[in-house]
Design a protein around this ligand. Structure first.
Ligand SMILES: C=C(O[C@@H]1C=C(C(=O)O)C=C[C@H]1O)C(=O)O
Length: 469
């Protein structure tokens, strides 16, 4: 990778073209500039005319970074790959190795950046609603806004030496300038109205929960996470702009993401971090064990205390902590986590929460950690392979990208993946939303069903649905 700390675009572009000729392969060329503040939702919205179907958005739950991407300079996808994380890593490294970056500094989350998501379980049956997404689908955007705590940055990426030339770079730079000037102020997306909300085979799901409970009581497994879906229909095609705008307002303390692929969009607001890496710093989250929020402060605190002292939930949580600790240990020094879980309070629900921190060398790959962590027992179960087998048999649906790792990585080794729960798939006048919960030997199907109803709420509200219905 060549980083040119100058502002001579033509010279850097010539270097990239020359490299493409020399190595006989397309070379990723990236220009980064610091810009005046831009509104990310409006940038996404303004990008719709030219880039609908290829946009993405990412905002982390700590309010440290927002990334909005338009278009695809290149895409990396995996299908029926034995080791898909490794395959993506290999291809990404090759892009980076030959890449040319024109930037004043290596700011995290700027320059060439891969954004996307992985299916929860590539070995499960496929549902046609997920056709637009491969097992792993990641893209480097053509134009990208990065909003960090320090400043706003604009990256333009293009692949040199394929069918691109200087004209396309000029065109991209013009589009970028127009977008920046149009995106200073918030825009208001078109609204849609929900016409129907339909639970997908609710009684069968409860029977599945009972089957799993019976299996857990009789066998050697400890936990299985079962999910279900709900179909939400609209009076007109629903846009990701509308849903994103709602999630932004309604879920300020979640990771907010959207990922468009042609006519489909995977979108959500998840509280759960899988793993984040900034330089040598590593951060992960154990999130499992749930209870409702109270109507009053007193009731809310009482419910929180009940959750903290509930044996079943503490056991579910403990399995996740143990597993994440084991998965990260080979990568990290100074791995540290509190002895007791705390509470993470979201708008509709509260969870048991244990943050995990550590240090890993700069060369440690984020995707290697993702591979070891996913699926944690918060979304899969214990033991992992047996639980996945039961999920395939009992859920009878394709989770697609729901509950899988979604996130980004840059050329400098920084990045973050969330566990993509509290999410859904938008498709024209229809959408599917997903929710699940951990089943252990003393779970009750009716209680678990109610828990999934609570977990549907953030998406249902963002779609414009009635959350009390
Ligand atoms: C599976 C979901 O949530 C997961 C399961 C939880 C639980 O069983 O208590 C809590 C948080 C998440 O790790 C979901 O929201 O769909």
């Amino acid at each position: 990778m060549v980083t040119i700390h100058k502002t001579n675009i033509e010279k850097a572009f010539d270097t990239a073209m020359e490299k493409a000729r020399q190595y006989r392969r397309p070379v990723l060329f990236s220009i980064v500039e610091k810009i005046d503040a831009v509104d990310p939702l409006s940038f996404y919205n303004e990008g719709k005319v030219l880039y609908e179907g290829t946009r993405f958005m990412w905002k982390d739950r700590d309010h440290t970074i927002t990334i909005a991407g338009l278009g695809a300079a290149c895409t990396i996808s995996t299908e029926e790959e034995k080791d898909q994380f490794f395959a993506v890593e290999k291809e990404w490294k090759r892009f980076i190795e030959y890449g040319v970056i024109l930037s004043l500094e290596n700011w995290a989350g700027t320059g060439p950046l891969l954004f996307g998501g992985f299916r929860f379980d590539p070995l499960n049956q496929r549902g046609s609603e997920w056709d637009e997404f491969a097992d792993g689908t990641l893209q480097v955007p053509s134009i990208m806004l990065t909003k960090s705590k320090e400043a706003d940055y604009l990256t333009v990426n293009m692949l040199c030496g394929s069918h691109h030339d200087e004209d396309s770079l000029d065109k991209l730079m013009r589009i970028k300038d127009e977008l920046i000037s149009k995106s200073k102020f918030p825009t208001v997306p078109d609204e849609t109205t929900v016409s129907e909300v339909e639970d997908y085979k609710p009684e069968e799901w409860k029977t599945s929960v009972q089957n799993v409970v019976d299996e857990l009581r009789g066998g050697s497994m400890e936990k299985v996470v079962l999910a279900r879906k709900c179909k939400v229909s609209f009076d007109a095609p629903v846009t990701s702009d509308f849903v994103l705008d709602n999630l932004w307002k309604q879920q300020p303390d979640s990771f907010i993401f959207s990922f468009e692929r042609n006519g489909s969009c995977f979108i959500g607001a998840t509280p759960e971090r899988l793993v984040k890496k900034t330089g040598e710093e590593v951060l992960s989250t154990c999130l499992a064990g749930s209870i409702a929020r109270g109507q009053t402060i007193e009731e809310d605190e009482m419910l929180g205390a009940e959750l903290l002292n509930d044996e079943k939930n503490r056991y579910e949580h403990h399995l996740v902590v143990e597993n994440i600790h084991q998965a990260l240990e080979p990568f990290c020094s100074d791995l540290s986590l509190p002895e007791q879980p705390g509470l993470m309070k979201m708008k509709d629900i509260q969870h048991l929460y244990t943050p995990v921190t550590g240090r890993a060398s700069k060369q440690t790959s984020l995707l290697d950690m993702v591979e070891k962590l996913h699926p944690t027992p918060a979304l899969g179960g214990v033991p992992r392979e047996e639980a996945l087998h039961v999920i395939r048999q009992e859920e009878k649906m394709d989770r697609g990208l729901y509950a899988g790792p979604s996130g980004w990585l840059d050329a400098y080794g920084n990045g973050e993946f969330a566990v993509a729960i509290r999410s859904g798939l938008l498709q024209g006048k229809e959408s599917y939303i997903y929710a699940g919960c951990g089943i252990v030997a003393d779970s009750d199907p009716e209680t678990e069903f109610k828990e999934t109803q609570m977990k549907f709420r953030p998406m249902l509200r963002a779609l414009g649905g009635n959350i009390n219905g």
